[in-house]
Design a protein around this ligand. Structure first.
Ligand code: 5GP
Ligand code: MN
Length: 349
């Protein structure tokens, strides 16, 4: 196909691809790991790659550090995922005996939480596929491209590099579709390119049922989740002179509305959707972990990755990042408000 090259933004080095192809010629014990609090892209890329490698007769297990939201608990193969938090002994044994370890959708090993020391100690050959900035240098083979919207799209390109896109059947297509859809806010963020749409078109051709997938992921509200959204919107505050809006949720409020993992997913986007707002944040109190989890989003050139790294021990992408604070919820918000004026110029661009 003449336009095939258009799909490929970046490639791994040819020598790396040749070596990986070679490694995959014989059945191997393979573990696929992703980051803590896995999102649609983490699960979609892990399971998409897992289905592909299984179809090539490898022995493959996907391991997540911990649990993930119910709206992802229908994805093909999801029931085979091992959660390190609840199946620690099994997960550690698998990591230890793996010949190959794919690390997907994260740039730093500490994003795997308690799995980190086991991954450091593991002897298996590591292959990183990820789209976050400033990737750590722990893997033998690295496919990193921060211009690509999702790791799931990178898995598609990875299969292109292996000259094996034709191996994509409906389960793989469905998994990759979920990851691309969730990481692009349903194809609307600036990271969505014509290549993304071409990949998506091909995934639909290969069996991804787009309407069903949207419905499975997004039509999953419970009454209490909508009430929690209402509470969040009531807590929305605006600092117009700095084009910033933020939301807070205390542990008490989470409890009141029966909070479950995933319930606050996307809430920060309501703050960003306000007109004349370039920067949005949500602060969520996690009393048990003694932290406040922070999600940051921006429109345009304000770099929330840098902001999160510098001030809140986090990171991510230019327009979507996260971090944490060990201060109280009130003190965290005060810190946030006090440092914002330093960014006055960037926020008012
Ligand atoms: P979210 O706000 O949805 O949790 O995360 C947004 C983006 O920032 C994701 O790409 C996520 O991987 C990244 N991110 C979130 N929290 C952290 C963190 O604590 N550290 C780093 N390095 N990245 C994070
Ligand atoms: Mn991602």
């Amino acid at each position: 196909m003449k336009f095939k090259k258009l799909y490929i933004r970046s490639r791994m080095k040819n020598i790396d691809i040749t070596e990986i192809k070679q490694l995959l010629t014989k059945p191997k014990r393979i573990v696929i790991v992703t980051h803590k609090n896995p999102d649609g892209d983490a699960i979609g890329s892990s399971l998409g790659l897992s289905h592909y490698l299984k179809s090539k007769d490898h022995d493959v297990i996907a391991i997540t550090p911990n649990d993930y939201p119910d709206f992802l608990k229908w994805i093909p193969g999801e029931d085979t995922i091992i959660k390190h938090e609840s199946e620690t002994v099994t997960a550690n044994a698998l990591i230890e005996s793996a010949e190959l370890i794919f690390t997907l959708d994260f740039n730093a090993l500490n994003r795997t939480g308690n799995m980190e020391p086991h991954l450091i100690a593991a002897k298996g050959i590591k292959i990183m596929i990820d789209h976050h900035q400033q990737p750590e240098d722990y893997a033998k083979y690295v496919y990193s491209d921060i211009s690509i919207c999702s790791t799931s799209q990178m898995i598609y390109h990875f299969l292109e590099m292996l000259d094996d896109v034709n191996a994509i059947e409906s389960a793989i297509a469905t998994c990759l579709y979920v990851g691309i859809m969730t990481d692009t806010g349903s194809f609307r963020f600036a990271s969505t390119t014509s290549t993304t749409h071409r990949v998506i078109a091909d995934l639909i051709d290969k069996g991804a049922n787009n309407a069903q997938i949207h419905s499975n992921v997004y039509d999953t509200n419970t009454f209490s989740r909508l009430q929690l959204l209402g509470r969040s919107l009531n807590n929305l505050r605006v600092i117009p002179e700095l084009k910033t809006a933020y939301i807070t949720l205390s542990q008490e409020e989470l409890n009141q509305y029966n909070f479950k993992k995933g319930d606050t997913e996307g809430v920060v986007n309501y703050a960003l959707s306000l007109n004349n707002i370039n920067f949005a944040a949500i602060f969520i109190e996690h009393k048990q972990d003694k932290i406040v989890k922070i999600s940051l989003r921006s429109n345009g050139s304000f770099n929330v990755n840098e902001f999160a790294r510098k001030n809140f021990n986090g990171g991510g992408h230019n327009n979507a990042a996260g971090g944490r604070s060990q201060l109280s919820l009130k003190d965290t918000v005060e810190k946030f408000i006090s440092i914002l004026p330093n960014y006055n110029k960037d926020l008012n661009l």
